[in-house]
Write a protein of this length. Structure first.
Length: 171
């Protein structure tokens, strides 16, 4: 299903570990961009939902776009949420974006029979059903819980005064 929240679990854990070295907003944006093609294919009634966007080449292109967009939109999004922050650097935006796209391909390759992650070099998907689909879902849920816990540990007890600028760790 496009735009599944399950993909965000890895991003939350990566953010808790990487802090300001990774933009969660770029990661989440990459997830949405990855699933535009499957959404269009669902609306058209196609039997194949995962095409070029769900290949490693597609992940590279979409990750690049998400990294650029993340750099510019993360500050605007956080400002609209009344969050004060220091500037997001390019590396954090691209790290979040590429982690988002490449992990998306890997996770979807485990459970979707129409995935061809190595295309155009191969039509194979050796990852298909390497683990049970419910195991992938539970792992993503576990990563989300671990990430939330890690973010609370990392940032939770820091009292930010109203005038204090937050670091990129909150992005």
């Amino acid at each position: 299903m496009p735009f599944t929240p399950f993909h965000l679990g890895l991003g939350l854990t990566a953010k808790a570990i990487g802090g300001r070295q990774l933009s969660f907003i770029a990661f989440a944006g990459a997830q949405v961009l990855m699933d535009i093609e499957p959404l269009i294919r669902i609306l058209k009634g196609s039997s194949v939902l995962h095409g070029l966007s769900h290949t490693l080449a597609g992940a590279l292109l979409i990750g690049t776009l998400a990294g650029i967009l993340g750099k510019f939109f993360a500050p605007w999004i956080l400002h609209s949420l009344s969050s004060r922050l220091s500037p997001l650097n390019w590396a954090a935006s691209f790290t979040g974006a590429y982690l988002g796209t490449f992990s998306h391909v890997a996770m979807d390759a485990l459970m979707h029979g129409d995935m061809r992650p190595w295309y155009p070099f191969s039509d194979s998907n050796d990852l298909l059903y390497a683990v049970r689909v419910d195991t992938v879902h539970f792992a993503c849920l576990g990563l989300a819980l671990a990430g939330i816990f890690g973010l609370v540990i990392r940032n939770g007890w820091r009292a930010n005064s109203p005038g204090q600028v937050k670091s990129n760790e909150e992005q």
